[in-house]
Design a protein around this ligand. Structure first.
Ligand SMILES: Cc1cc2nc3c(=O)[nH]c(=O)nc-3n(C[C@H](O)[C@H](O)[C@H](O)COP(=O)(O)OP(=O)(O)OC[C@H]3O[C@@H](n4cnc5c(N)ncnc54)[C@H](O)[C@@H]3O)c2cc1C
Length: 409
């Protein structure tokens, strides 16, 4: 059987590996428009900061693909999908036929509709080329004696980029349109402790700050904020979310909403066509995180080999901020607004620690752990295993409680 995969991110690689494990000897072909073999996108932050060299970025050597029978076609964009003919069309006009197809084409940075977005010195970060371009431009700014940098978007990516750019020697201001940073990862009380930590890293934060436009004279020079302020900037980085790459699927007539709609087997509306990763929408959810891409890739791969052999039931969202000197992990429901939830909290601004557990029916359903890496693995297990913790509830956040004992009494 011939398996064809469009895209070469973590969803594609996980699916390919699953297929090769479950059906050794299968023909597996990956087509990607990127010129590089698979790499972990979070490492782009290290590449940008100059802490990692390009050659160290590639996840696997060529033998890894060869021994699994995976053939990767780099720099090869898929431009069309013909579901009735079970074939895809490549940029150079080549047709590729499939028995099973996976769409794992990921997502692209959302570019806010601001005047000046296309100006020299305005960037988004998604690929190796983006990271290298930003780094080169940053070095040119520094060589010209300019350091003012504006990052639009105070989410995970915006803050990770801010930290990387700061470490290069730039002076970064983050513009966040909401009332606090990382509103998907931390609640309002925790954000007070968190913002102090971010500012200690030398990053300036402006919340409730809506950018109005980017001004340029030859290259970017200022960011205009709706309240009338003008921020000087030699470099602007937009980190304002992503949008799934649905064009291929939509043009082929597949059911598409914000993402490509998939069922619990990761099947799309077209026969023999599956989707996984950032591009897939399951029950209205688009997590756009690596754990979801991995779980979906496994299920899609299994079902592509053996229909109905694996089931996807959604992914508990879990994210970790990758900023040197700052440890923040958020899991599950961190700030539910409905009735029926209990919240346990501890905050210590002096040590930069903020812990919050959200409970429902005696089980932990969400957690924020700032400055407390130790608890992350056990709390994650308790959430995923839906362990009843009601007997320990009053002591869950105490320093002397060993959460492992709750898991293995
Ligand atoms: C800098 C950065 C840091 C991140 N950090 C984290 C983190 O710490 N934790 C986390 O959970 N998530 C993180 N993410 C998000 C995470 O990387 C994504 O959720 C993940 O990469 C999604 O994997 P994917 O395989 O679905 O898509 P992608 O990784 O986007 O891969 C899709 C691939 O398909 C290719 N493609 C698109 N269209 C076509 C076409 N028509 N033909 C051929 N190829 C095509 C794309 O070029 C791309 O290579 C980060 C993202 C970035 C950019």
């Amino acid at each position: 059987m011939k398996f064809v995969i469009a895209g070469n991110g973590i969803a594609a690689i996980t699916t390919a590996r699953t297929i090769s494990n479950q059906a050794p000897g299968s023909q597996i072909e990956i087509y990607t428009d990127e010129r590089h073999p698979f790499y972990w996108r979070p490492q782009l932050i290290q590449l940008l900061a100059g802490r990692l060299h390009l050659e160290k970025l590639y996840a696997y050597p060529p033998e890894w693909y060869a021994t699994r029978g995976i053939e990767v076609h780099l720099g090869t964009r898929v431009v069309q999908l013909d579901v009735s003919g079970q074939r895809i069309l490549l940029e150079d006009g080549t047709e590729v036929f499939y028995d099973r197809l996976l769409l794992a084409v990921g997502s692209s940075p959302f570019e806010p509709p601001l005047a000046g977005m296309g100006e020299d010195g305005v960037f988004t970060l998604r690929t190796i080329e983006d990271a290298l371009d930003i780094k080169t431009y940053a070095q040119q700014c520094l060589a010209a004696g300019r350091t003012e940098t504006v990052v639009i978007g105070g989410g995970l990516l915006g803050l990770e980029c801010s930290s990387a750019l700061t470490s290069l020697g730039l002076q970064v201001t983050v513009l966040e349109h909401g009332p606090w940073l990382l509103h998907r990862q931390i609640d309002e009380k925790g954000s007070v402790v968190f913002q102090e930590q971010i500012e200690r890293l030398g990053i300036r934060v402006m919340t409730n700050a809506v950018p109005e436009g980017i001004l340029a004279s030859g290259s970017v020079s200022q960011v205009a904020v709706e309240d009338g302020r003008r921020l000087p900037a030699c470099l602007v980085l937009c980190a304002t979310g992503v949008r799934p790459n649905v064009a291929l699927a939509r043009d082929a007539g597949l059911d598409v909403n914000k993402g490509i709609i998939v069922d619990h087997r990761l099947r799309t509306s077209a026969e023999h066509v599956y989707a996984a990763g950032d591009v897939a929408e399951y029950e209205g959810q688009l997590p756009c995180i690596i754990p979801a891409a991995v779980e979906q890739g496994r299920v899609a791969g299994s079902n592509m080999v053996e229909p109905d052999s694996a089931t996807y039931r959604g992914t508990v969202p879990s994210t970790t901020l990758n900023v040197v000197g700052l440890e923040l992990t958020s899991i599950g429901q961190i700030d539910p607004r409905e009735e029926g939830y209990e919240e346990l909290r501890q905050a210590d601004a002096a040590t930069g620690v903020y812990r919050k557990l959200v409970l429902r029916d005696g089980r932990i359903v969400g957690a924020i752990l700032l400055g407390d890496r130790q608890r992350v693995p056990t709390v994650t297990k308790l959430i995923k295993q839906r362990t009843d913790v009601s007997r320990y509830k009053d002591r869950l956040l105490d320093d002397d409680v060993d959460l492992e004992e709750i898991i293995h009494p």
